[in-house]
Design a protein around this ligand. Structure first.
Ligand code: ADP
Ligand code: MG
Length: 512
């Protein structure tokens, strides 16, 4: 006997103008399983799920739910067919309570009051079954993202969804919250629900799915049992070539101290103290990784070091103090002191999106005699220089005249990296180097960072990706609430301990 299928898609195609987002996609999802869909940015995952949820109509192809051909012209039809979706950007009403949001749209009028009572019971039961503790009367805007996501799940379950689709659900979660989500999903699967989990993270696929389908450039390249595959094989299927998942890196050979930070404090516009006395040291030839949930002062640390924010305390570079409050406390003066900066938010701070690549690559090189000076810059030389950088950093397409906004996220990041790394800095500040970047480009970016370290540069790496911190850092500092909770050597810690420190629950102590 064949196992029952929750969903079957046959030959689904969908184009947006010239872009073929989905091409002849067929997939079978077994009832009571967790089915992963993995693929790089733009592979077509969200489009496929949007078709299943009735947001888009496929140009061709067929959808079968529980073995029955089903038309899904809108999301009400999807809900009627037992499909629930947890969105990447939550669609909850901020100033309504949890209960109101759960019931909203499902019932109204005379049914509202009994519905609220029913929702409250369901909520309690789910809380017991899956440790999905959410206060029914809490207002959404007072909840953290992890809890808001649970409300989205509750909302789908309240509508009696048998099939739950989650599109990149862990992007906004801490490691502990992601673990919690996975426990909930496991519980739901054991209950007989079918889960489709979309992600670009290999670790999540390996950890929680039963089956995985890989998408590449609009096509489904393979569907395999998770137990029969490996991260390496999946990466190759995603990218179309072999990818080095582990960074190849020799032990560091640290030299002289390059950066010394003592009692660094930053107060923001609303007079909230964002950095509450940071002390750290980085030597030449060493990567200090700063881990933390975003919003705990890492951004302010990068900004004050990079000259974009003022602060108090002491910063020394190569033994010489840096101006933290005066006229020379700006980015330009920092560059003159040998500091390069790859900002966290490259779309806002790293690039001017409407400017061409060569113009973006020229930022901060205005004092370089190679390109003429000031207003009389040699644009042809800048273009040639950009071409060289694009080739060395494998930017695609290698066209200096293209505006920054026309490159993919990974290629934008390579443009910023090329500009900053080739400044030949003593200290590189780098924030979220691979946010929104595909695994093929991640491999390249990680290699560049390690190569820079091996040339004897000091590197301050800030990332919310613990995998990245663990893979690249020679020492790890964990930030929480504007302070450093402690330092660890990568060989002497793990995700669990770092996760606790990130939540402010453990720590102190300095790595040798
Ligand atoms: P993924 O979720 O795997 O990152 P998407 O399904 O979002 O990929 O996108 C697949 C392709 O379709 C991309 O090239 C994207 O730019 C394009 N695309 C997606 N939605 C639209 C849309 N509404 N209009 C035009 N192009 C779109
Ligand atoms: Mg997507």
């Amino acid at each position: 006997m064949t196992e029952p299928l929750a969903i079957e898609l046959r030959g689904i195609s969908k184009a947006f103008g010239p872009v073929q987002a989905n091409r002849d996609i067929s997939i079978q999802v077994k009832r009571g399983s967790i089915h992963g869909i993995i693929g790089e940015n733009g592979a077509g995952k969200s489009t496929l799920m949007s078709i299943l949820y009735g947001f888009y109509r496929a140009d061709s192809g067929e959808i079968l739910i529980g073995g029955k051909p089903t038309e899904i012209p809108d999301s009400q039809a999807a809900i009627d067919a037992g499909i629930g979706m947890v969105f990447q950007h939550f669609k909850l009403v901020e100033n309504f309570t949890v209960l109101e949001n759960v019931v909203l749209g499902a019932e109204d009028g005379a049914l509202l009051r009994p519905s609220l009572a029913k929702a409250r019971r369901l909520l309690r039961q789910l809380a017991d079954d899956y440790e999905m503790d959410v206060d029914p009367d809490a207002v959404i805007e007072d909840l953290g993202v992890g809890q808001q996501q649970r409300v989205e799940i509750l909302k789908a379950l309240y509508r009696e969804a048998d099939i739950l689709i989650l599109d990149e659900p862990t992007g906004v979660l801490t490691p502990a919250e992601a673990d919690h989500l996975f426990r909930i999903l496991n519980g739901l699967r054991d209950e007989g629900k079918t889960i489709i989990l979309i992600t670009h993270k290999l670790r999540e696929i390996m950890e929680i799915t039963d089956t995985v389908s890989v998408m590449r450039r609009g096509e489904m390249t393979a569907t395999v049992r998770t137990a029969d595959t490996s991260p390496e094989e999946l990466a190759e299927l995603m990218v179309g070539r072999k990818v080095l998942l582990r960074v190849d890196k020799k032990p560091a050979t640290p030299g002289d101290v390059v950066l010394e930070v003592e009692n660094l404090r930053v107060v923001d516009d609303r007079r909230v103290e964002r950095l509450r006395g940071i002390d750290l040291t980085i030597r030449a030839g060493e990567i200090l990784g700063v881990a933390g949930v975003s919003g705990n002062g890492q951004s302010e640390l990068l900004e004050v070091l990079g000259g974009y924010a003022k602060g108090t305390g002491t910063i020394r570079v190569n033994g010489q103090p840096i101006d933290l409050t005066g006229r020379t406390s700006d980015a330009r003066s920092r560059r003159a002191r040998g500091i390069a900066h790859v900002p966290e938010d490259r779309q806002r701070e790293g690039l001017i999106m409407d400017y061409r690549a060569w113009e973006n690559v020229g930022f901060g090189y205005h004092d370089d005699p190679k390109f003429g000076a000031g207003f009389l810059m040699d644009n042809a030389a800048l273009r040639r220089d950009c071409e060289g950088k694009m080739e060395r950093f494998d930017v695609r397409p290698p066209d200096p005249n293209l505006a920054a906004k026309n490159f993919s996220g990974g290629n934008q990041q390579k443009i910023v990296l090329a500009r900053e790394i080739e400044r030949n800095p003593d200290l590189l500040l780098i924030g979220q180097p691979t946010r929104g970047v595909d695994i093929g480009a991640i491999e390249f970016i990680h290699q560049q960072i390690v190569a820079l370290r091996d040339q004897g540069k000091a590197i301050l790496l800030v990332s919310v990706e613990l995998d990245e911190i663990l893979a690249l850092s020679d020492r790890i500092a964990v930030m929480f609430d504007g302070r450093i909770m402690g330092e660890r050597l990568p060989s002497e810690t793990d995700q669990g301990e770092l996760g606790l420190m990130m939540a402010g629950m453990a720590g102190s102590g300095v790595a040798a």
